[in-house]
Write a protein that binds this ligand. Structure first.
Ligand SMILES: [Mg+2]
Length: 234
């Protein structure tokens, strides 16, 4: 398979840390309700609210914050004080304003791969938040093209592939979410490389594709990517 032209990367928890900040906010949210509900119960209820709101609010820290407030009011009822709302708002704000921390070996990997391939970043989430993270990460110089989209499904991947003027067989997608980064491009006939992250949002879980057809790979860390791409393309 020597025809690969474009390597696309997910951003959150593939290039930089993300989910740990949401988990921290969830903990602070659950703490505000701890006198009435066990921690896990509040977190499960929050997830239920997020899923209900996904179609209207989309992904990202702002919708997450709105869902925290909605869940706080639903569970806490008349016991909710302005202080509690403030705590939850601050927790959401921290998700948006945290310092961007690239994962190990990301920059050197991109700097090697960008010499032989067109690199693309494909992410979902809040437009402004993702743009700021990309700028702060210092990684934007390695990418030929950036897509910040509302859902990573087959239609969106096909649109990006068409936009790039290539075929699915010439496209590799790298990411930490089976549901968003791996399954849709794989089903389109592209190559998908899965790099699991210790913290991945439960909404992003899915079954792994069959390994044996040569278009799905799983590696432990991004530092293994250059070697794998070399094997795939030679
Ligand atoms: Mg991700």
């Amino acid at each position: 398979m020597g025809e690969i032209k474009v390597i696309a990367f997910d951003a959150d928890d593939t290039l930089w840390e993300n989910e740990i900040y949401f988990k921290e906010a969830e903990d602070r949210f659950a703490e505000t309700l701890i006198q009435w509900y066990p921690k896990q119960y509040s977190i499960d209820e929050l997830f239920r609210t997020e899923m209900k709101n996904l179609g209207a609010y989309g992904y990202g820290a702002k919708s997450f914050t709105l869902s925290m407030i909605e869940t706080l009011l639903r569970l806490g009822g008349d016991n909710v004080t302005p202080e509690m709302v403030k705590t939850v708002l601050n927790a959401g704000d921290k998700v948006i304003t945290h310092k961007v921390e690239c994962l190990p070996n990301v920059e050197e990997t991109l700097s090697i791969l960008c010499k032989s391939f067109k690199l693309v970043m494909i992410t979902k989430g809040d437009l402004l938040h993702q743009q700021r993270k990309l700028k702060e990460s210092g990684l934007s110089c390695y990418f030929d093209h950036i897509e910040i989209i509302s859902e990573k499904d087959k239609n969106e991947y096909q649109r990006v592939i068409n936009l790039l003027g290539i075929s699915a067989a010439e496209f590799i997608m790298v990411g930490n979410s089976l549901k968003s980064d791996i399954i849709p491009p794989f089903e389109l006939g592209a190559t998908a490389i899965y790099i699991p992250h210790d913290h991945t949002w439960q909404h992003e879980h899915s079954e792994e594709p069959e390994m044996k057809n040569g278009r799905y790979y799983k590696i432990n860390a991004i530092k293994e990517l250059v070697n794998l791409i070399h094997q795939i393309t030679h």
